[in-house]
Design a protein around this ligand. Sequence first.
Ligand code: ANZ
Ligand code: ZN
Length: 928
Amino acid sequence: MLRCGRLCGPIPAVFAVSEPVAYDPRSVESAAQSFWANTRAFEVSEQSDKPKYYCLSMLPYPSGALHVGHVRNYTIGDVISRHKRMTGHNVLQPMGWDAFGLPAENAAIKNKTAPAKWTYSNIEHMRAQLKSLGYAIDWSREFATCKPDYYVHEQRMFVRLLKKGVAYRKNSVVNWDPVDQTVLANEQVIDGRGWRTGALVEKREIPQWFLRITDYAQELLDELDKLPGWPDSVKTMQRNWIGRSEGLEIQFKVDGEAEPLTVFTTRPDTLMGVTFISVAGEHPLALKAAANNPELAAFLADLKQGGVSEAELETQEKRGMATGLWAIHPVTGEDVPVYVANFVLMGYGTGAVMAVPAHDQRDWEFAKAYGLPVKPVIVDAATRDALEEMASHVAEHDDPMAVALGGHAPDDVVEVDAAVEVVREYLRRIDEDGAQTERGWLINSGDFNGIDFDAAFDALAAKFEADGSGARRVNFRLRDWGVSRQRYWGCPIPVVYCAACGAVPVPEDQLPVLLPEDVADAFASGDVHSPIKSDPDWRKTACPNCGKPAERETDTFDTFMESSWYYARYTSPGASDMVDERADYWLPVDQYIGGIEHAILHLMYFRFYHKLLRDAGLVASDEPATRLLTQGMVIADTFYREDELGAKEWINPADVELEHDERMRVIGAKSLVDGLPVLIGGTEKMSKSKNNGVDPQVLVDRYGADTVRLFSMFAAPPEQSLEWSDAGVEGMARFLRRLWRDVHAHVAQPDHPQTDPAALDAAQKTLRRHIHEAIQKVGDDYGRRHSFNTAIAALMELLNHVNKFNDMSDQGRAVRHEAFEAIVLLLNPITPHISHALWQALGHAEALLEDIPFPQADPAALVRDALTLAVQVNGKLRGTIEVAPDAAREAVEAAALAEPNVAAFVAGKEIRKLIVVPGKIVNIVVAG
Ligand code: ANZ
Ligand code: ZN
């Protein structure tokens, strides 16, 4: 029996045979996975003396099968988790299922089955897929959010929030998809149409439940500054979404109306430029005016078409209609007309805007369309200077602005011509090009002329606050979170409607309100309506308050409700409340990983919900996650054919063969199905719509999980998009086969002693230095930089060094052994199965590599004995020298000149220059 002389035990005889064992990922992976499962290797508890590390990947929606995006996300999380465990942490990596949602209902209609059944069978399949990828997950904490033992806590929390006033009900205008009969989020409205049905979206007003996230707007904003571990891009998106604005509310009296009209403005400095007022279609004043104005009433009805998203309002054509009402300017006393305008939102500020066409682009477009005046009241620095220069030349009583507008410079002061031109050009731009929206200095504003934005803001705030006709005001763009959905497959909202008592929360001891799962018949009939809405029996109940017959709420929660607190539930499996004291052991999440598409909604609700948990006394921290990594998209080639009408049929890359010319450039592509040509459509995000998805299962079956994991980490840095390439996957498979073969060839060699650093020759020392440089780099890449592709590249390079090293001496074999052990352990977070097997091949007993400390670089091994410098004479390489890394410049110069070949070229010539680039090169320039 062989014995490794270092720290290893006897090498099993099977590896001693000269015929190398072929790499069979299937058996290697199932052996490792059984070992982990049998030893419950990744189940963790709070009883640990190690520091905790909670690594969380966003939980998947059980759509049916894993896609490559999942594989990328979960592999990143797994590499971080395994590396953290190897560096001495108590690591929690959980997994669950975001199991409610619309796709299950659509599938149910299509397959004439129940959403629950479809969902549970998808979960079974996808769990098996995740297991086949070998993720180090604590499966004992798994849950599906559609199960009552999960959503009961959500219902209980909602009832508590109702009592606190954090949850409330109000009518609100929503995007209504007339085909799916459901409310759509703004993000689900694309070009005015439902994202799924393509139907024209309508506006509707219905009663809905809301959570008061706006109460937390300031905190959600401020705490972004305390999240250095979150990407700036995400924080910027959240800041913009929260949209804090400081401004004034100003009252305008309206002719013939008792109530003043209040506007919200962030630009009170432009007050004197107001030429009309615009209000939202739902504004009370508009409704009042429409009562005896059929034309206006028809216009208001028309405005209800189309979505309510801001992006849509931003891009749509500016439309409006006069109400016939006149407002009175609070400073000049002039009458300004009141319009209804389609770009004013009822839900923001006061639903009314003082319109300043000269300085607001929407108002400008509106004014141009409806022939309303444009009055400039703000100038930029250059225009202000020009006006000042003119003022010093024109007669005291002449207004320089009037002079400029008068079309002529004063005849006697030729030198102000240039200034007049500057002013006229500024005015021309406002008139012809569009609003000048930058802050500047006031003109045409009477007593306020000459001051800047801040001074004007303060002066006007003081003026209106003094007489009560205005006030400073902070507004947030963030809206309260509407959590009602009119769908079946969601968590029932625990409320009962009683004719006498109104909306009554279901008492906690009567929870959960169960969602019936056995509804296949309803879906088999093709009805797209919610089975609980169409089932009178389910609705019927007794009022918890007075006991009289009452009806249940049939709306269900937005599925973002479940994904807002799942991270906390993982910490406390089985807890009788949402979480228990274990939550504060694990939270906050140390590393959260997921797609950038969740930058705003999910990540905002997730932060908000954590504060709700905190305020309910359930957790102590303020924020749910200290670090966030948003992984990039996975993209792939697209292929298609066009029919006579130009409609594209997308063909999956797996069914296409590329054609190359003799220089391997792609010149075309053909279908593997019919052999006929297909068109190449460029690289795009993998999606169903472009049919360019790659099924990770096919790859796992063909190459094994380790190859797929390795490729997904090697092909791109985690934040960037990853271009899928079959050749790339093949390359990874080759690398693992070579590592397998090399390790087995090495262990077939005779026994070797332990490495003796003092006894190593130069080449042995160099290889050992490469080993320890790799250890240092890979540890830093995994831990600090999250740069996995460079870590893999370093390990490939190290394997190349090992391959070039053919020293079969005792110490040579010892250093080679050290190299293989390092590679196997360093690769373990990425390719844990092959590492598990090769570790045993290297002579160790079967072990959990996560419990073996991550290799540490030996500082002594990193020291370079000598650096090799090239020496050039007149730009040509003439020799190399070996110098100590800390050698003085004079010593390097002397060594260069002493190099025999260099000396021959320099001999007898005048040295004009001698340049030493430390660590790299010596340049000698000689005359003649
Ligand atoms: C006059 C003005 C002049 C404005 C000017 C802007 C520029 P943010 O920054 O997003 O808070 N506004 C107020 N309420 C609105 C509503 N419900 N729907 C649409 N627009 C509304 O924007 C505040 C500005 O948006 C306000 O300041 C108001 O127009 C407009 F040169 O008032 B401003
Ligand atoms: Zn009642």
